[in-house]
Design a protein around this ligand. Sequence first.
Ligand SMILES: [Zn+2]
Length: 194
Amino acid sequence: MAPSHVAVGLATWVVAAPVLSLPMLQPLSLGLVVAGSLLPDIDHPASWVGRRTRPLSSCIAAILGHRGITHSLVAVAVLVVSLLESDYHQAQIWPLAIGYASHLMADMLTPRGLRLAWPMRRNWSIPLCRTGSPTEGIVVALILGLAWWSVSHGPPRRPDTMVVNAPARPALAPKRSAAPTIKRLTARTQPAPA
Ligand SMILES: [Zn+2]
């Protein structure tokens, strides 16, 4: 369900952002995490994102089926490579990619699982809960708890990685060459002309 995907996406992001030295609570980053966490279900016309992208979602569902390529590592790789090749900043690429990957991780916790190594037919699943069941809420709460524990027990973070990008490091002043000093000393030690 969409709220669960958003919650798992944000939980994954608050753990991953400090590792990547990216701003954790920047509104744009959070928005991209949410978008990424919902995007894979564009292959399902009845999903939250699928209802808003018809008839595109209906076409994708008809051609590729639900939990096909959009729910695979191929999709994550294509997304990351195409974003890296574009002019987008790292602070925009990684939130989207991590939100996307978190969706796959969450879907893998259902009995249906997903074809993570698409086009291979093997189904990957760690069946902890059914979609929409009360157990889903418990699993999501556990993931949120783990994320909170990780953030509160992790190494201390600089304030600038919480909200905004770290300011660019000022350029080092060019080293003064020792040559003039040597020249001056040489000149001083030379005997005066007769
Ligand atoms: Zn899905």
